[in-house]
Structures are given as C-alpha cells and as structure tokens.
Design a protein around this ligand. Sequence first.
Ligand SMILES: [Zn+2]
Length: 405
Amino acid sequence: MRKIDPRRFQIAKRRTSREINRQIALTLIRTHQPISRADLARLMGTRRGAASVLVSELLHEGLIFEGAIGEGRGRGRKPTFLYIDSRERYVIAVDIRATRTFIMATDLLGKPLTGISSFPTNREVKTLISDLSQRIKAIVADHGAVACKIIRVSVPGVTDTSYCCILHAPTLGWRDVNLKDPLSTAVDFPVQVENSGRACALAQVWATRGGAHTGDLAFVSVSDGVGVGIVVNGEILRGRHNIAGEFGHVPLSVDGPKCSCGATGCWEAYVSNLATLSRYFGRQPNDPKPMSAEKAAFTIEDLIARARNGDSKALAALQLTARYLGLGLASIINAVDPGRVYIGGEITAAWDLLEAPLKAAMAERALTALAARTEIRTVSIDEHPRLRGAAALLAAPAFAAPMVA
Ligand SMILES: [Zn+2]
C-alpha cells in the first residue's frame, strides 16, 4: 500500500506512467475537495490543460463528479468544483474481534451510511461466515439501488499478502483460515481481509486527510488482544512475511504470563483487556480454569467504573496496565520512532487515570528525552477506528500513489 504525501511530491514527467498522475490527481481531489481545475493544476505543478485532460478522463470513468461548492446547484451557477464520486457505491466494513463482530456500510470516503450493528463472534468459522453473510445480505437488500463495491474485513491476526487468509489469529484460536473465498461465495461480492492494527493505522492516515503526522505513526489498539499498525514514510510497514509491527507479541519479560499465542510474557499478556481484568481477579490471563459467570461477564468498562468509585484494587489493576503500556510504547518508539502514537480501545475512557503512569514508564525506557515526549493521542471507541479502517482499506488502493521522484 503506497500513499502519496500531498505536501511532498513532485509531479511525474513524461516518461513516468500517466497512471501515477491520475492517482496523484485523485488523491489531491480527495484531500482538498471541493477543488477547482485551476487549483488542482496548481497543486500538481502542471499546466491547466494537462490537468483538464486528466479531469475529463476521471469524470468519464465516474470516479469524480462536478458540482458547485457545497454541491448546491441553484441560480444557474456553473458547477465547476470537483469531488470524488462516492454516491453510487458503498463498502461494507466488518470488524471481527474475539468476543463480538461489528458491521456497517460506508460510502467510499468512509462516511457511515448505516448505524453499526454487532453480534457475538462464533469462533467456529463456518458458523461465523453464515452469521456474517446473513447480515451482509440484509444490508445489501436495504441498499438495492446502489452498488456495493466490496466487503472489507478487519481481523485480529496475521493475514497473508493477498488479503485472503488469516495465517494466525491467537485470540480467535485460528490458523490458516480462508475467510475470503467462502464469504465471497456466500454474499457474491469481493472480500478483502486485513489485520486490525493496520486497519486502524490506515484509518488514521485517511482521517487526517494528508495533514501533518500521517507519514510516520503507530496505532496501538488495545482490546481482547493488542493490535499494532505502523506507518513509515506514508506506507504501512509489512515486512517480508507480512508480520512487521506485531509488537503485541514482543515479550516484555520472558517469564511473564501466558499469552494467547502460546508464548509467555508477550506485551499483550500484560495490557490486553483480558490481562487487566485477570490482574484484578488475581488470575493468570489465558488460565484454562473456568471462571464464575459473574467474573466472566465483568467487562473493562465495569472495572473503570469501579476504579472511579473508589475501588483501589481496580485502580491499581488499571494503572499497572498503564505502566506496562508505557514500557511497550517505549519499545515501539525506540524501534520505529513514529511522529505520533495513537491508542485505541475501551481503556482510553480512563485516560485521565492512565496517562501519568503510562508516560512515566515511557520516559524510563525511551532512549532520548525527545523520544520520551513523543505525542500520544487517544482514539475513543466511539470513533470505531477498526471499522473506519476497514472502510478506508477499500479506498486506499484506488487513491494511493507512489512518491514520484
Ligand atoms: Zn503472544
């Protein structure tokens, strides 16, 4: 996945592919819309005539449309501003988590078209695909007039490079699960599968619309497990085997608690919601011994509520998670030195309780004083970064462009 930085690019000249100029034009229209042809030409650093040829092509292909500012069409004003055409297509974004699966339809720019619905995740793949396809078909039936473009699924695990198989999803207990083909057959739409940490990172790149801090960032999604997406020089870090950025399974201590991946002492085993709740109950995370129904139903939100109501054990469990989060963040900062770190997940609702111990732990381990002050931003679960990420995944390849040197 390559993404143009709209502030730092050079227009491709003669010998480079015309396709690249098209992608640059699409990216600039997306990040600046509504935009006039003259402004587009100026931003591209090209002659107005050359930009107009590109625009005509994109209009002809239905990728963009013309409208007045605000899309108003009154008073005979000639509509000359360009917009990405997201009106006739939509995306169904799916976020599979170990406990629940979330689903919504968005337009091509990631704007929600439906509310978010959710249902308990059945880890048996066939049942999950059947549950999912029923819900997808219901959404498609409600949007009969518009063409669904694609189903994008974010999963808490390592995926293969062809957006097809889930190679290992520890919290789901999945190895080598092909989700794409059976789901695509069941709903009769193309399906793509991406790691949820990367989906979140992409959502962030997409949301900031080419502003500052999109070139180098880390997104840490703390939930049933821990997903991390790293963006370096505007590109998602993937690595040779598509596992780059899996900091959730970097050990904080080799003698630590057992992790869902089978190893011990992974960062996830210290900071996931399950780890925090287990600490509160004095258990090991991933302990096979059954829990009482009351404890099993107790959520991280319940724990935060108790901490706020003066339960010192609940507060201690959360603040120890904050400390471990900070230690792990220092590793990410020392390894990839991002411009900004985003943290998502339910625990961000307790940020006022977590920030101080987290930052103190980060400062302990970050290698320089400046690195220790790397900006941390929280992303509330109400923003649904994993779902928005799944939607952004669709749009990204179409609008992505390599940096043209
Ligand atoms: Zn692990």
